[in-house]
Design a protein around this ligand. Structure first.
Ligand code: CU
Length: 125
């Protein structure tokens, strides 16, 4: 599994010095070796939807729409266990992508808001 940190222009059109506006500025699944992509947004101090059920090989793309930074961190708050996935701090408009190749269930939370953004689930079949 691999992850990528990508920046999605919020306005949908960023002037890059003469570059024509891209009709689809968001990354596609090819950035994580293909397969379908499912979106989860971080909005109002919540992951929306809080639970996703996806077939193996699907990439989840989490995008922070809040003004505050969040993380997407596997597991539950506390403890010292290694995380299966753990994003850097995501600023507004930034995304974190993770492809789930194996069936199973992953719980995740946000490191900066562990009391309200926790017990979220990615279920892979
Ligand atoms: Cu947070």
């Amino acid at each position: 599994m691999r992850w990528l940190l990508v920046l999605i222009p919020l306005a949908g059109c960023v002037d890059l010095g003469g570059h024509a506006p891209d009709a689809s500025p968001e990354p596609d699944g090819s950035l994580v070796d293909g397969g379908p992509v499912v979106d989860v947004v971080l909005s109002g101090l919540a992951f929306r939807p809080g639970t996703v059920e996806i077939p193996a090989g699907t990439t989840v793309r989490w995008t922070n729409l809040d003004a505050v930074a969040h993380t997407v961190t596997e597991g539950s708050p506390g403890g010292s266990a290694a995380r299966v996935f753990d994003s850097p701090l995501l600023s507004t408009g930034q995304s974190f992508l993770w492809r789930f190749d194996e069936p199973g269930e992953w719980i995740y939370f946000c490191r900066t808001h562990p009391n309200v953004m926790r017990n979220n689930v990615v279920r892979v079949f």
